[in-house]
Ligand binder design. Structure first.
Ligand SMILES: Cc1cc2nc3c(=O)[nH]c(=O)nc-3n(C[C@H](O)[C@H](O)[C@H](O)COP(=O)(O)OP(=O)(O)OC[C@H]3O[C@@H](n4cnc5c(N)ncnc54)[C@H](O)[C@@H]3O)c2cc1C
Length: 246
């Protein structure tokens, strides 16, 4: 391999300096494979202490060479200087590779926490729709002043058994899981269930996360069924064919 040029060494130093300036340094304190494809990551460090975290916010992990991927803290202990995220490890993208290869003691640089969804502002009763990437968001509900009560979870997932095991392991109960089917035909079932919730539970608000196209359909349905736009929070976490959405 050839030696790095002066330009690339300078660029590397600049990258390091900028990263230090704007990010928080953390180290992996614990890793638990809670179910197949789901890794619970605990990060700790002085820089994570004293942080004001609003449940629903995001962090962005710098994975090297300006590549970053976004995750949702499911808990943040500002006194101890630690936070947790649940990574859905699928495919071969940089985020999946990062989560898969992490070892206890590894260091990383984080941006955030920064604004994304504001779970503190969600009126109850509410519907929270999402998928495997939204499990951390669902868990974070319990740190809102109103708690997780009154928020009905509706999640599209690849494997209901795997999803149920992961949710159970992180302490999220009562989610309605619908397995994905080709051409998104399962969204019919998701919408039937959501319509039933709206009729029977006087739903006041919606939080929509996960796959961009599913969010669009759910948003349209909730508005048609009378949930005002001002009571809908939406955030696409990923879209087919797009990388590192955010
Ligand atoms: C605000 C925010 C919060 C998020 N929180 C979490 C979180 O807590 N946990 C978590 O696991 N993820 C979370 N995500 C999603 C995560 O950032 C993306 O899934 C990201 O694309 C993963 O990076 P990657 O490098 O593995 O894949 P990429 O290189 O980004 O994508 C590679 C390919 O995989 C596809 N892809 C990406 N995600 C999925 C998916 N979930 N299912 C199927 N195909 C997919 C892409 O469309 C692309 O074709 C969040 C995203 C945002 C914007």
């Amino acid at each position: 391999m050839s030696e790095p040029s002066q330009t690339s060494r300078t660029f590397g130093r600049l990258e390091g300096a900028l990263s230090k300036l704007f990010t928080k340094a953390a180290a992996v304190a614990a890793l638990v494979d809670v179910a197949e494809g789901f890794r619970l990551v605990t990060l700790a460090g002085k820089a994570l202490g004293g942080v004001e975290w609003v449940p629903g916010q995001k962090v962005q992990g710098m994975l090297g060479g300006w590549v970053q991927r976004t995750y949702t803290p499911l808990a943040w202990d500002a006194a101890a200087g630690s936070m947790q995220l649940l990574a859905y490890v699928h495919g071969e993208g940089p985020g999946a590779a990062w989560a898969r290869e992490l070892r206890v003691g590894d260091t990383c640089a984080l941006f955030g926490p920064r604004g994304s969804l504001d779970l503190n502002a969600v009126a109850r009763p509410a519907v929270l729709f999402g998928d495997e990437t939204s499990f951390g968001l669902a868990r974070a509900l319990r740190f809102t002043p109103a708690g997780a009560q009154g928020v009905h979870l509706v999640l599209e997932v690849t494997s209901a058994a795997g999803a149920a095991a992961a949710l159970d392991a992180i302490g999220v109960a009562g989610a309605h899981l619908v397995e994905r089917r080709p051409e998104d035909v399962h969204l019919g079932e998701v919408q039937e269930y959501t319509a039933h919730l709206l009729q029977t539970r006087s739903i006041e608000a919606g939080v929509l996360s996960g796959k961009a196209t599913s969010i669009q359909r759910m948003s349209k349905q909730l508005r048609q069924l009378g949930v005002p736009r001002s009571r809908l929070q939406t955030k696409a976490y990923w879209a087919p064919g797009k990388t590192g959405l955010d």
